[in-house]
Design a protein around this ligand. Structure first.
Ligand code: ADP
Length: 489
């Protein structure tokens, strides 16, 4: 049974144990203990003491950064192991998890460098003889709650800037995928992070997650996951009057204009929806293709989609692994059946894959559906699986309205050789990230945020650390004249 990291100690949590399975064949990776409500309380009390400890509070940015740089080096040393572990935990192909670990290393180094070079703002003097300046201070105990689809990326993205800001972090990974979070705890411990500043509390969202976010000492919730859970956490945060960063769902449109470079666009669209088996909040799941090139484009899209290598996630050339669980596969399949019932035509996939040993795991074929309008339920709800709906368009005004006709606003893709059209369309699309002639590209230097029901707040960016800090403005009077207001007339 795996121990968990509570208040700087490796212990068996007092909650009901959980298991991690390999979604490719459901062999067991590990049995993991989970936190109880008492464990949550212990971790948070220790976190509160740890961030208030003068040794941490008064440590220089360069001293905190040194720990982060060490953690980055350890991540690098353990790169192969971490990528394999992530693959075992959620079934993502090894080529993809290797990329995610690389990005986690780069994120950690980038934030450490930002911390070293971060300067506080000096406001201009507005009052004669009063010097004013603003400093940034930690918020306190931060809850970082993460989903199962990209643990290493979403966890590092939250832990590192929160620690850089001088806070303590309570990390609650998804129940199905806790293994990376526990390795991260070991890495930060080895890097010299003082005890109590990071705890990893495994377990169910409805038990452990709830106990964490309701705890009075938790002062910020940084969450990535479903819109429904995000809305619930926003209510919890509102009651406590604490801040949130919520990275939620998506139903991202991709637009292919008639003048697009077809080869590039076909490959980009396929990667945008089918990498990660579509289990990505930014998956480009609604595709609008100009009528003039629709048939040619669809033909190429279907042909290439049928060639995607779906199989063993540990094989280096695999492009799509299994879905995370049987229940998730059923939900994806239900959506495909719903699409058929709504009049949709399945052009590729539309079924689970059982041949070549794939009957052991939750494999679903990359699926392309046509014949639906944007109002169809499968175009409005997030499927979080390898399902693409393709729709033709001719009128560009109507197209922008259709693309924006969604409760979500996370990302969008545009394919055209006309840069004016690309930029004017980008301005009109309601989404936090727009990719032009590319898709699913990320950079830690670039802020990531969702519009509409895709989220509140942002992550990443050079000043991302400040999202985990609060300001304090100081007015220093240089004059020695008593305030005349109090003088008796
Ligand atoms: P998904 O559908 O991707 O699992 P969720 O939003 O349900 O998305 O889960 C994302 C993370 O939020 C997981 O770590 C989960 O355990 C946690 N979670 C779910 N419900 C709650 C809750 N009520 N309070 C706190 N955390 C929760």
């Amino acid at each position: 049974m795996k121990k968990i990291f509570i208040a700087g100690q490796w212990k068996l949590g007092r909650g009901k144990p959980t298991k991690s399975h390999y979604p490719a064949d459901y062999s067991q990776n590990a049995e993991i203990s989970t936190a109880s409500v008492d464990d949550v309380n212990d971790a948070i009390l220790a976190a509160e003491a740890a961030w208030r400890d003068p040794a941490w509070r008064n440590s220089l940015p360069s001293e905190k950064a040194a720990i982060l740089f060490k953690a980055a080096n350890l991540l690098e040393e353990k790169k192969t192991f971490l990528a394999k572990l992530q693959t075992r935990d959620n079934g993502k192909p090894i080529s993809e998890t290797t990329g995610l670990v690389n990005s986690a290393i780069a994120t950690t180094r980038y934030i450490a460098s930002c911390l070293e070079t971060l300067d506080s703002e000096l406001t201009n003097q507005r009052i004669q003889s009063v010097l004013t300046f603003t400093t940034y201070e930690p918020i306190g105990v931060v809850a970082a709650i993460t989903p199962w689809n990209s643990p290493i990326a979403s966890e590092i993205q939250k832990i590192v800037p929160a620690l850089a800001g001088g806070n303590a972090v309570i990390l609650k990974p998804a129940e199905a995928t806790s293994l990376i979070a526990l390795e991260l705890a070991a890495i930060f411990e080895e890097a010299g992070l003082p005890a109590g500043l990071l705890s990893v509390l495994t377990g169910k969202g409805s038990v452990v997650g709830e106990a964490i976010v309701h705890h009075p000492l938790v002062q910020k919730i940084s969450f990535t996951g479903s819109t429904s859970t995000g809305k619930h956490l926003a209510h919890v945060a509102a009651d406590k009057l604490i801040s949130t960063a919520l990275e939620l769902g998506g139903k991202s449109p991709t637009i292919v204009f008639a003048d697009a470079n077809i080869d590039m666009a076909v490959n980009g669209v396929i990667y945008g929806i089918f990498s990660s088996s579509g289990q990505a909040c930014i998956a480009g799941s609604r595709l609008f293709v100009h009528q003039h090139i629709y048939d040619e484009f669809l033909d190429a899209l279907v042909k290439k989609t049928k060639n995607i290598i779906v199989g063993d996630p540990e094989a280096p050339d695999t492009q799509m692994g299994p879905l995370i669980s049987e229940s998730h596969l059923k939900s994806v399949d239900d959506y495909v059946n719903m699409a058929k019932a709504e009049g949709g035509k399945v052009m590729a996939g539309g079924e689970r894959l059982m041949s070549d040993g794939r009957d052991q795991g939750s494999y679903y074929a990359p699926t392309i559906i046509t014949g639906l309008s944007n109002e169809a339920q499968v175009c409005q709800e997030e499927i979080f699986g390898p399902v693409l709906v393709v729709m033709p368009f001719s009128d560009e005004e109507a197209l922008v309205a259709e693309a924006n006709n969604s409760i979500y606003g996370l990302a969008a893709g545009i394919w055209t050789e006309d840069y004016r059209k690309a930029l004017t369309t980008a301005k009109r699309l309601e989404a936090g990230t727009i990719w032009i002639n590319t898709y699913k590209k990320f950079s830690i230097a670039t802020p990531f945020s969702g519009h509409k029901e895709s989220g509140v707040g942002k992550e990443k960016g050079r000043l991302g650390i400040l999202d985990y800090m609060q300001t304090k403005s100081i007015f220093l009077n240089l004059d020695d004249t008593p305030n005349p207001w109090c003088e008796v007339k």
